[in-house]
Design a protein around this ligand. Structure first.
Ligand SMILES: [Zn+2]
Length: 58
C-alpha cells in the first residue's frame, strides 16, 4: 500500500481489480490506504465544487 505523506488528486489513477475500482498512486504504483482514499474523496468533492453536506443539488 502507498505510504506517501502527500498524494495529489492528479497523481491518482483508478485501476479495476476484479469487480472493484482501486485508487492507485501513480508515483509509487501502490494502492492508497484507507486514510488516503478518504482524503482523496474529500479533495475530489471539493474539486467538483460541492460542500460536504449536500450532494444532490442542481
Ligand atoms: Zn504513493
Amino acid at each position: 500500500m502507498c505510504d506517501c505523506p502527500k498524494v495529489h488528486l492528479y497523481e491518482v489513477e483508478y485501476k479495476l481489480e476484479g469487480m472493484i475500482v482501486v485508487p492507485t498512486h501513480k508515483n509509487c504504483g501502490a494502492s492508497l490506504n484507507s486514510k488516503q482514499a478518504d482524503k482523496l474523496q474529500k479533495d475530489l468533492i471539493k474539486s467538483w465544487g460541492f460542500e460536504d453536506e449536500d450532494e444532490d443539488k442542481d
